[in-house]
Design a protein. Structure first.
Ligand code: XUL
Ligand code: CO
Length: 442
C-alpha cells in the first residue's frame, strides 16, 4: 500500500544535539526513568478528531491544512482512508495509543442504526490495524455536543427523547471501546450546562446526568469493561456555564451521586487555565482524591480566553505535571492524550509531525526533570519539615482527631502566641527547581 505521509521517515531519537527537525531530541521511548521506560510512564495518544478530522477551519475561515486523505469528507471511503492515515502516522511517531469520539470514526447517518453499522465495520478494520501495528486504545467517547439535537444538552437535555438518543450513542461507544479493549471511557460535557438559569432546573439536570452515568457504568461493567470512566472538566465553551466546571466540582458531583468508585478525572491542561486554575492545581486536586485518571496534554494561551488546544511546549509546566503524576505512582490506566492541534498557519504534513515531536519531547523533558526533583529530595524534605509540628505532642493529637477545641485553647493560653511563623521559602524552592532544570551537572 502506498504511503500517505510520503517522504516522512520513521521519527527516531537522535539526542539533544541533533539538528534534524524530524527526530526526537529528548523522547527516547526505551529510556528508563525511575522504574519504567518513558513510553510506559507517558502512554502518548493521538486524538482522532484533531489529527484525522480537523482541517484548521475556524469561525472566520475555512480549513488551511493539507490533509490529502480528505479529513473533512464524510464518506465511508474516507473513513477508511483516515484509519490508514492514523496508523501510518502513529507508527511513524512511535505513538502507541489513540482516542476517539464515535463520529470521528464514521460519518453520522440520519438513521442511528446505519451509523451503528458503520461503526461496526470501521472498528473491524481498526481492530485488525491495531493488531498489525501493535497500537492500543487509550479511551473512547461519544460526541454528545455536535449534533444540533444536543443544543440544550444531552444528559441535561430538557427532552426525554434526546436523553435516550444520548444513551444510545453512549451504549454504542461503550460497545466499540470494549471491542477495541479501551482502557478508559470519557464524558466531556460540552453541552451539559446552561446559558441562563431562567430556563434551567439545575438540580433536575444534574440528577439526570448522574442517572445517565450510572446507566453507562452498569452497562459498561455488564459487557466486560474493566477500565476507568472519566469526567473531563471544563468550565465553559461551548456553554456559558458547564456543570463539570473544574476537578473539585466534578469530584463533588461524583461523590454526591455515588459514582466515585468507577470514575476518575481526565485533566486537560487548557481546561484548567480556563477555570482560573493552574494545570498543576487540577492535577493535585485529582491526585489527592485518588482520582487522577488520565491527562489531555495540551496547552492554552493565558492571553486568550478560549480553548486554544496548542501542543504543549512549556517545559516548566510539563515538569510540574509529571512531578504530580510521579508523586502518586503514575497513571494507572490513563496516559497523555494530545488533545491539541496545529496552529492554522502550520498547515503541512510535516507540521503535524513537528507538533507531536514538540509535545513528546516537552513531556520527555518533563518526566526527566520530575524524576530529578524527586531524586534530589530537597523539595520533599522541605515539605516534611514544614509540617513537622504535627508529628508529636499537641500536633499529633490534632491529626489523630483526639484533641478537643478546649484542650487546644488551654495549650495556646498556657504557651502564648509563638514568636513568629516560619518562612514558606518560596523563592528558595523555586531556585532549587531552576537549578535542577538547568544545571549541566544534574
Ligand atoms: C473539548 C475537549 C474534548 C474532549 C473529548 O474541549 O477537550 O475534545 O477531550 O470529548
Ligand atoms: Co480534551
Amino acid at each position: 500500500m502506498s504511503e500517505i505521509f510520503e517522504g516522512i521517515p520513521q521519527i527516531k531519537y537522535e539526542g539533544p544535539q541533533s539538528k534534524n527537525p524530524l527526530s526526537f531530541k529528548f523522547y527516547d521511548a526505551d529510556r528508563v526513568v525511575l522504574d519504567k521506560p518513558m513510553r510506559e510512564h507517558l502512554r502518548f495518544a493521538m486524538a482522532w478528531w484533531h489529527n484525522m478530522c480537523a482541517t484548521g477551519a475556524d469561525m472566520f475561515g475555512v480549513g488551511t491544512a493539507d490533509k490529502s486523505f480528505d479529513a473533512c469528507v464524510k464518506t465511508m471511503e474516507h473513513a477508511y482512508k483516515k484509519v490508514d492515515a492514523a496508523f501510518e502516522f502513529m507508527n511513524k511517531l512511535g505513538i502507541e495509543y489513540f482516542c476517539f469520539h464515535d463520529v470521528d470514526l464514521v460519518p453520522e447517518a440520519d438513521d442511528i442504526n446505519i451509523t451503528n453499522t458503520r461503526l461496526d465495520e470501521i472498528t473491524d478494520y481498526i481492530k485488525a490495524k491495531m493488531l498489525q501495528y501493535g497500537k492500543k486504545l487509550l479511551w473512547g467517547t461519544a460526541n454528545l455536543f455536535g449534533n444540533p439535537i444536543y443544543m440544550n444538552g444531552a444528559g441535561s437535555s430538557d427532552s426525554a427523547q434526546i436523553f435516550c438518543f444520548a444513551a444510545a450513542q453512549i451504549k454504542k461507544a461503550l460497545d466499540i471501546t470494549v471491542k477495541l479493549k479501551g482502557r478508559g471511557y470519557v464524558f466531556w460535557g460540552g453541552r451539559e450546562g446552561y446559558e441562563t438559569l431562567l430556563n434551567t432546573d439545575m438540580k433536575f439536570e444534574l440528577d439526570n446526568i448522574a442517572r445517565l452515568m450510572h446507566m453507562a457504568v452498569d452497562y459498561g461493567r455488564s459487557i466486560g469493561f474493566t477500565g476507568d470512566f472519566y469526567i473531563e472538566p471544563k468550565p465553559k465553551e461551548p456553554m456559558k456555564h458547564q456543570y463539570d466546571y473544574d476537578t473539585a466540582t466534578a469530584i463533588g458531583f461524583l461523590k454526591e451521586y455515588g459514582l466515585d468508585k468507577d470514575f476518575k478525572i481526565n485533566v486537560e491542561a487548557n481546561h484548567a487555565t480556563l477555570a482560573g486554575h493552574t494545570f498543576r492545581h487540577e492535577l493535585r486536586v485529582a491526585a489527592m482524591n485518588n482520582m487522577l485518571g488520565s491527562i489531555d496534554a495540551n496547552q492554552g494561551d493565558l492571553l486568550l480566553g478560549w480553548d486554544t488546544d496548542e501542543f504543549p511546549y512549556d517545559v516548566y509546566e510539563t515538569t510540574m505535571c509529571m512531578y504530580e503524576v510521579l508523586k502518586v505512582g503514575g497513571l494507572k490506566n490513563g496516559g497523555l492524550n494530545f488533545d491539541a492541534k496545529n496552529r492554522r498557519p502550520s498547515n503541512t504534513f510535516e507540521d503535524m509531525f513537528y507538533a507531536f515531536i514538540l509535545g513528546m519531547d516537552a513531556y520527555a523533558l518533563g518526566i526527566i526533570n520530575a524524576a530529578k526533583i524527586l531524586e534530589d529530595g530537597r523539595i520533599e524534605e522541605f515539605l516534611l519539615q514544614r509540617y513537622s509540628s504535627y508529628n508529636e505532642g499537641i500536633g499529633k493529637r490534632i491529626v489523630s482527631g483526639e484533641a478537643t477545641l478546649a484542650e487546644l485553647s488551654s495549650f495556646a493560653c498556657e504557651k502564648g502566641a509563638p514568636s513568629r511563623a516560619q518562612s514558606g521559602r518560596q523563592e528558595k524552592l523555586q531556585s532549587i527547581i531552576n537549578q535542577l532544570l538547568f544545571s549541566k551537572t544534574q
